[in-house]
Design a protein around this ligand. Structure first.
Ligand SMILES: Cc1cc2nc3c(=O)[nH]c(=O)nc-3n(C[C@H](O)[C@H](O)[C@H](O)COP(=O)(O)OP(=O)(O)OC[C@H]3O[C@@H](n4cnc5c(N)ncnc54)[C@H](O)[C@@H]3O)c2cc1C
Ligand code: SF4
Length: 464
C-alpha cells in the first residue's frame, strides 16, 4: 500500500475553494462595517487586558477595538500602527489563536473577540485610502543603514525614520517585503498587503533600494563608513539539502511557494505531490500544490505531536484534503528518464531523546517502501544565515549572537528577526518587535552620542 492509499487519507478528488470562491485569493473575507461594529461592541475593554499582554508588539487592543466601536477607524489604525508598523500583515498572519485571541477572557466560556479580523478592518480602512498617519521626525543629522526588507527591517526602518534619522534600506531581491512578499501564501497574505507597507515606509522618507545585496565584510565596512549604525535583518537562507540520492530532482519548498504566489498560472496542475517536512513552509507548499489540483501527501519523520507547524494550519491542511504520513523518512528520490516517479522512504520508530529533547527517530530495518509520485517538494526548514560568518559576526547555535538590545559583537551593528531567533518560534510579529527593539537601541545610542557624531572610521571599536 502506498501512503497515497493511507487509511486516514481523505478524498483527494477535488481541492477546496476559498470562501471567496477563488483558488488563490485571501481566505478570510474582510469584515463588513456592521460585522465590525457588532464584534467591537462584544469586547469588555478589560482593565490590564490579557490580549494586550499576549501581543509581542503590545498593541493596545482594547483601545483600538473601542475606537472601531465608536466609528473612529483612523484613530483605531493609528493605535495599531504606532505599536506595530506591519499591523496589516500581522492582522493576517499572526497565530492569533496562540496569542491575543487565545488570551481573550471571552474565549473561556464564549467565542473570543476576532481581534485579527478587527485589526485588519481598521488598518485596511486607512491603507486602502492611502492615508499617511505618520510623519518623519525632525532630522537628527544621523543616518542608519538597514539591510533586509522583511518585517524586522521594515519595522526598524519605520521607527528610525519616525525618530528623525535618515534611513537607507537595502534589499537584494527585486521587490521589498521579505517573506511577506515572497513566502507567506496569498491565501493568507496577498502581495499587495506587503507592498502597501513598503509604500508606507517610502512615504516616511526611507530610501528603499532593491536589487542591492550585502555580499561580505567589505560591503559592511562601506555601510559603516557611510552611516552611523547598521541594522542587519537578513532572515534565514534557502531550504537545506537533504543529502539523499536524486536530490537534484527535489523542488525547493520556498521557490515553489514563491512561484505559486507570484505566478500561480505557471504551476503544473494535477501532479501527485509529496511534500517533505512538517513546519509552516511544508504546510504552505502542500496547500498551494493542493490548490493547483494535486493529490498531496506530507511526509514527516517524527509524529504529529512533534510537528512545528501551527496547529490551526495543520487542521486547515487536513480540511483542504491534504494527507499526512508520520514516522516516515525519505531516503531517495526515484526517477526515470529525468522524471520523478517516486520517493523511496523508510519507516521510523522513536528512540531516546536527542539534543533538542525530542525523541530521536530511528529507521526500522527492512521497512523501505516507495511512494508513487510526480513531484517531490522539500520543505524541511531554512538554512541559518551563512553570510553572518563572512561578516565576522559572533554566532550562537548558527544564529547571529545579540545582546538584549539586539547589538551584535561588531561595533555599531545591530541584528534582528529570524536571523537571530535561536530561541522561540520565528514569526512575523517577533521580527516586527525585534525591529522596534533595535531601533530604540540605535536611537538611544545615537542620541547619547555613543555612536555617530560624524561618520566613523571603519573598525572603530564599540563604546556602548
Ligand atoms: C512559507 C512560510 C510561511 C510563513 N508563515 C508565517 C505565518 O503564517 N505567520 C507568521 O507569523 N510567520 C510566518 N512565517 C515566518 C515569517 O515569515 C518570518 O518569521 C518573518 O518573515 C521574519 O522576518 P525577517 O525580517 O527576519 O526575515 P525575512 O522576511 O526573511 O526578510 C529578510 C530579507 O532580507 C533580505 N536579505 C537577505 N540577505 C540579504 C543581503 N545579503 N543583502 C540584502 N538583502 C538581504 C531577503 O531578501 C529578505 O527580503 C512563515 C515563513 C515561511 C517561510
Ligand atoms: S481580553 Fe477580549 S474582551 Fe478583554 S479587552 Fe481583550 S479582546 Fe476585549
Amino acid at each position: 500500500m502506498t501512503a497515497f492509499e493511507h487509511p486516514s487519507a481523505p478524498d483527494l478528488s477535488a481541492p477546496t475553494q476559498s470562501s471567496s470562491g477563488s483558488t488563490w485569493q485571501e481566505l478570510l473575507p474582510p469584515m463588513s462595517a456592521h460585522e465590525a461594529a457588532v464584534e467591537a461592541n462584544r469586547c469588555l475593554y478589560c482593565y490590564d487586558a490579557p490580549c494586550l499582554q499576549a501581543c509581542p508588539t503590545h498593541i493596545d487592543i482594547p483601545t483600538f477595538i473601542r475606537k472601531i466601536g465608536t466609528g473612529n477607524l483612523r484613530g483605531s489604525a493609528r493605535t495599531i500602527l504606532e505599536a506595530n508598523f506591519l499591523g496589516g500583515t500581522c492582522a493576517r498572519v499572526c497565530p492569533v489563536q496562540e496569542l491575543c485571541e487565545g488570551a481573550c477572557v471571552l474565549g473561556k466560556d464564549h467565542t473570543p473577540i476576532q481581534i485579527g479580523r478587527l485589526q485588519r478592518y481598521a488598518v485596511d480602512h486607512v491603507q486602502e485610502r492611502g492615508v499617511q498617519l505618520f510623519q518623519p521626525g525632525t532630522p537628527t543629522g544621523k543616518s542608519v543603514a538597514v539591510v533586509g526588507s522583511g518585517p524586522a527591517g521594515i519595522s526598524a526602518a519605520a521607527e528610525l525614520a519616525k525618530a528623525g534619522h535618515a534611513v537607507t534600506l537595502l534589499e537584494k531581491r527585486e521587490q521589498a517585503g521579505g517573506l511577506s512578499t515572497y513566502g507567506i501564501v496569498s491565501l493568507r497574505e496577498p502581495i499587495e498587503i506587503a507592498q502597501r507597507e513598503v509604500q508606507a515606509l517610502i512615504d516616511l522618507g526611507v530610501d528603499v533600494q532593491t536589487g542591492r545585496e550585502l555580499t561580505g565584510k567589505a560591503d559592511l565596512d562601506i555601510l559603516l563608513h557611510d552611516h552611523d549604525a547598521v541594522f542587519l535583518a537578513l532572515g534565514l537562507g534557502a531550504v537545506p539539502a537533504m543529502g539523499v540520492p536524486g536530490e537534484e530532482h527535489l523542488i525547493d519548498g520556498l521557490d515553489f511557494i514563491e512561484q505559486a504566489k507570484l505566478h500561480p498560472e505557471t504551476l503544473l496542475y494535477s501532479l501527485k505531490t509529496v511534500v517533505i517536512g512538517a513546519g509552516n513552509t511544508a504546510i504552505d507548499a502542500a496547500t498551494m500544490a493542493r490548490r493547483a489540483g494535486a493529490e498531496v501527501l506530507v511526509v514527516y519523520r517524527r509524529t504529529e505531536a512533534e510537528m512545528t507547524a501551527y496547529r490551526h494550519e495543520y487542521e486547515f491542511a487536513l480540511h483542504e484534503g491534504i494527507a499526512f504520513t508520520f514516522l516516515t523518512q525519505p531516503v531517495e528520490v526515484v526517477s526515470h528518464g529525468g522524471k520523478v516517479t517516486g520517493l523511496k522512504c523508510v519507516k521510523m520508530a522513536l528512540g531516546a531523546p536527542d539534543a533538542s529533547g525530542r525523541p530521536r527517530p530511528q529507521p526500522v530495518p527492512g521497512s523501505e517502501f516507495i511512494l508513487d509520485c510526480d513531484q517531490v517538494i522539500s520543505a524541511i526548514g531554512q538554512e541559518k544565515p551563512d553570510l553572518a560568518k563572512l561578516l565576522g559576526l559572533e554566532l550562537e547555535g548558527g544564529y547571529i549572537k545579540v545582546n538584549h538590545d539586539l547589538q551584535t559583537s561588531l561595533p555599531r551593528v545591530w541584528a534582528g528577526g529570524d536571523g537571530v531567533r535561536l530561541r522561540g518560534s520565528a514569526s512575523t510579529v517577533m521580527a516586527v518587535q525585534d525591529g522596534k527593539i533595535a531601533a530604540a537601541g540605535i536611537h538611544a545610542a545615537l542620541g547619547a552620542g555613543e555612536v555617530g557624531g560624524g561618520k566613523w572610521e571603519v573598525g572603530t571599536p564599540q563604546t556602548s
